[in-house]
Design a binder for this molecule. Structure first.
Ligand code: NZQ
Ligand code: ZN
Length: 389
């Protein structure tokens, strides 16, 4: 196990009716609130009214900025920063999924930066100060509700890039599984794929003697595999929604990668896919992850065979662990198919024409490699994308 620091400041308020606490929690951070939300689901299903009524009862001044798109855009972030400066906003309340939260985090750090907020995403600058951000989560998937990341798409060139810093973790996150009953089947499935991928990025590691976190990862993955199909049949299964919602947070709050080095190549490749083709991040991962596994498993067959046997209960073939490893990859693909997710680029109507461009973007034109189990070059990434065709 490697040395590590673990920090996660986000206060989690979990369970039925917890959205009723949003006013009291928000009022602790000032009077002027930027209410940030997406394209309409919060209004359609009534959460918007619940939130606004509480803020008004407490005499908080509300400035609204809606219309965050999935794969959130830099232009709206810049608009939000100007709005916060003009209105002297104290606090940003993000009501929605990962896209809304990521956009809120970007606005919050952009307010205190002299240059363009994109400097943080292109690694030209590091944020030093942020407005506090609070969350009412409506979609368990990205884990942004307690994560140190924000992922934004710059429409100029369709670069999708992340900022990682403990500073940007939300101060609180309200999580009522009932708020996720209205999710379309496809978004539920994409969410399951994303959280599973967050665990797998950490699980597939060359770091030795990490049995505790291996087993925490396995428990989280098994929960996702068991509970998410229940939601396809019964979207209002509170207990399954609750298990999935908490799994999504644990998958990405950094507990599971304590003392180990994760891989993250699949996320790097997927971000180019959803940056260019504007597909859901979870659907991009259900295509990329199995292809990545097929390309790299030989460098650590034991780990991939362990995944197959402990997570998918596949008999471990000690004479031929490679066979076990391959069965695990197949089982993962079957799980994605069960959730009606794409597992090939063709399933998402994506061809081979921009493979070279995507691979180049992942490595910044060959300036660096990607991933840790295997340090992937541009040529390696092209091969992975071809395996996904
Ligand atoms: O926009 P509205 O109308 O609200 O609809 C949204 C959106 O269309 C809808 N939705 C959300 N909650 C709903 C609902 N529909 C019905 N009922 C509800 N309760 O779902 C759609 C997708 O929302 P989005 O926020 O885009 O999804 P998700 O939470 O999966 O976030 C995806 C974004 O997060 C990034 C992804 O790359 C992608 O841009 N990620 C962020 C990470 C982080 N910050 O730590 C890590 C991840 O790896 C990921 O990269
Ligand atoms: Zn992800």
């Amino acid at each position: 196990m490697l040395n590590f620091e673990f920090e996660n400041k986000t206060k989690v308020i979990f369970g039925r009716g917890t959205e009723q606490q949003v006013g009291a929690l928000t009022s602790q951070y000032g009077k002027k609130v930027l209410l940030h939300y997406g394209g309409g689901s919060v209004k359609k299903y009534g959460l918007y009214d619940i939130v606004v009524n509480q803020l008004k009862e407490l005499d908080l001044h509300i400035v609204e900025l809606g219309d965050v798109k999935p794969n959130p855009r830099l232009t709206l972030v810049r608009q939000g920063i100007e709005l916060c400066k003009e209105e002297k906003i104290d606090f940003i309340l993000a009501v929605g999924g990962g896209s809304v939260i990521d956009s809120a985090k970007a606005i919050a750090v952009g307010v205190f930066h002299d240059g363009d907020v994109w400097d943080f995403y292109s690694k030209k600058a590091k944020p030093k100060k942020t407005l506090p951000v609070g969350v009412v989560l409506t979609l368990p998937a990205a884990g942004s509700e307690t994560s140190s990341s924000s992922v934004i798409t710059n429409e100029e060139g369709w670069f999708k890039r992340g900022l990682n810093d403990n500073l940007i973790r939300p101060v609180f996150c309200i999580m009522n599984p009932e708020l996720t009953f209205t999710l379309p089947e496809y978004q539920t499935a994409c969410g399951a794929a994303d959280m599973l991928a967050h665990v797998m990025e950490r699980y597939f590691s060359n770091t030795k003697h990490v049995d505790l976190t291996d087993r925490l990862c396995e428990a989280t993955m098994k929960t996702i595999l068991l509970q998410s199909p229940k939601l396809i049949d019964n979207p209002e299964d509170y207990d399954a929604r609750a298990e999935i919602m908490w799994a999504g947070t644990l998958a990405h709050n950094n507990l599971l990668d304590t003392g180990r080095v994760g891989d993250w190549a699949s996320h790097g490749i997927e971000h180019e896919l959803s940056g260019i083709y504007d597909i859901a991040h979870g659907a991009g991962l259900s295509i990329i992850f199995p292809a990545w596994m097929k390309y790299v498993y030989k460098t650590n067959v034991e780990k991939f065979a362990q995944f197959a046997s402990r997570v998918f209960n596949i008999d471990y073939n000690f004479e031929n662990p490679e066979e076990t490893a391959l069965k695990g990859i197949e089982a993962l693909e079957n799980f994605f198919l069960q959730l009606k997710l794409p597992i090939r680029l063709a399933d998402a109507n994506i061809g081979s024409d921009r493979i070279a461009e995507m691979a180049n973007k992942v490595t910044n034109n060959g300036k660096h490699t990607r991933g840790n189990i295997v340090k992937l070059s541009t040529a390696d990434i092209e091969e992975i994308l071809k395996l996904a065709l």
